[in-house]
Design a protein around this ligand. Structure first.
Ligand SMILES: Cc1[nH+]cc(COP(=O)(O)O)c(/C=N/[C@@H](CC(=O)O)C(=O)O)c1O
Length: 398
């Protein structure tokens, strides 16, 4: 009956977690999956989340189904984080927002929406991008193409090539963009470059789909949302998928959001209704517990302020690890340029190691990076960074 079903080769990122867990090397270091570990190598429970959890636990409440779109407070929290608390489009009711099963769920519902309502549209992702972007959109029968992004030779962005490519696209083609903390390269556009990109998108009547999974890990909550808010200022139609996995450290609670910026209230009502219909036929409603945590943290002023401070502390620790790794590697290999480590933003560094060098780090040192040479800098701490730098120097020297 099922003998013709293909074997699953496994996921290049999640599969790494399983190999790492099974590795008995006492010095093993997990630099694979995009998870923030603290200075002690522990996945933190944020203080603001602990407070929210305590409120949810006492008095304990029943767990009915949530609305298809999730808790209103969860949706409001997404909107204010992405567009700004006093955003005019929010006051005018022009944004259709649903709570989703993480950022992945937001991308899935968005991809299904594109497939159903823009069947002629192709979706273009950066080369390279987060691997699941391609799988999610292709899984929704949206044809996926790639736009030039990463210049390996110079560890930079192929900006002119990217713009020239956008100029060739058709009306309503979708461009999947990383507003900040690009995964896997860590290379972000400047605000001036975003302005140019958005002007081309406007001129070509393309559809920007911005996936922001690391808001707060780049510069700050508002700067990281520059591209999103600039698109709104320019009156562009816009899809935004957001994730609270990393900046609330709630990975397993599966909390995120999908927002669609519309031009009229009537459009927003139509889109919101169809997003609800889509949720109903995919997973019916989003998770309750994580939704309540998001609702409490995002809408309690004191907790929200505490949360921002906790995200910035995570951001700053990652930046400190970038500086330390760069200086240790420069000392070990003086004739090699490691500027890319501090030029890159957010959780990831695209190290440029060859697949063979990545494999050696894993097999000889128990250091796990994604095979495309992406390193999750948040896995570094003062206890393991010298070990990692020495190992990188060893494989780079040979
Ligand atoms: C750009 C991006 N978008 C969305 C997600 C999904 O987030 P979530 O809310 O957990 O559904 C991730 C997760 N990325 C990390 C984990 C993974 O691969 O699933 C990663 O790149 O390691 C992203 O890196």
């Amino acid at each position: 009956m099922f003998e013709r079903i293909d074997y699953y080769a496994g996921d290049p990122i999640l599969g790494l977690m399983e190999k790492y867990s099974a590795d008995n090397n006492p010095n093993k270091v997990n630099l694979g999956i995009g998870i923030y570990y603290d200075e002690n190598g522990v996945l933190p429970v944020l203080d603001c989340v602990k407070t929210a959890e305590a409120r949810i636990a006492d008095p304990i409440a029943p767990r009915p189904y949530l609305p298809m779109a999730g808790l209103p407070g969860h949706r409001k929290g997404c909107q204010e984080l992405l567009f700004g608390k006093d955003s005019q489009i929010l006051q005018d009711g022009l944004v259709a927002t649903i709570a989703t099963i993480g950022g992945s769920g937001a991308l899935k519902v968005g991809a299904e929406f594109i497939h159903e309502w823009f069947p002629q549209s192709k979706c273009y992702v950066s080369d390279p991008t987060w691997g699941n972007h391609i799988a999610i959109f292709e899984g929704s029968d949206v044809e996926v193409g790639k736009y030039p992004y990463y210049d390996k030779a110079n560890s930079s962005i192929k900006f002119d090539e990217m713009i020239a490519f956008f100029e060739t696209l058709n009306k309503n083609d979708v461009i999947l963009l990383h507003p900040c903390c690009h995964n896997p390269t860590g290379l972000d556009l400047t605000q001036a470059q975003w302005d140019t990109v958005l002007n081309v998108i406007k001129a070509r009547e393309l559809i920007p789909f911005m996936d922001i999974a690391y808001q707060g890990f780049g510069e700050d909550m508002d700067s990281d949302a520059y591209a999103i808010r600039k698109a709104v200022e320019m009156g562009l139609p816009l899809f935004v998928s957001n994730s609270f996995s990393k900046n609330l450290s709630l990975y397993g609670e599966r909390v995120g959001g999908l927002s669609v910026v519309c031009l009229t209230v009537d459009e927003a009502e139509r889109v919101f209704g169809q997003l609800n219909a889509m949720v109903r036929r995919i997973y019916s409603s989003p998770p309750s517990h994580g939704g309540h945590v998001v609702d409490i943290v995002m809408n309690d002023e004191a907790l929200h302020e505490q949360w921002v401070g906790e995200v910035y502390a995570m951001r700053d620790r990652i930046k400190a690890m970038r500086l330390k790794l760069k200086s240790v590697l420069e000392a070990k290999i003086p004739n090699r340029n490691f500027d890319y480590i501090t030029r890159q933003n957010g959780m990831f560094s695209f190290t440029g190691l060859t697949p063979e060098q990545v494999e050696r780090l894993q097999s000889e040192y128990g250091i796990y990076m994604v095979s495309n040479s992406r390193m999750c800098v948040a896995g570094l701490n003062t206890s393991n960074i010298d070990y990692v730098a020495n190992a990188m120097a060893d494989v780079l020297k040979d």
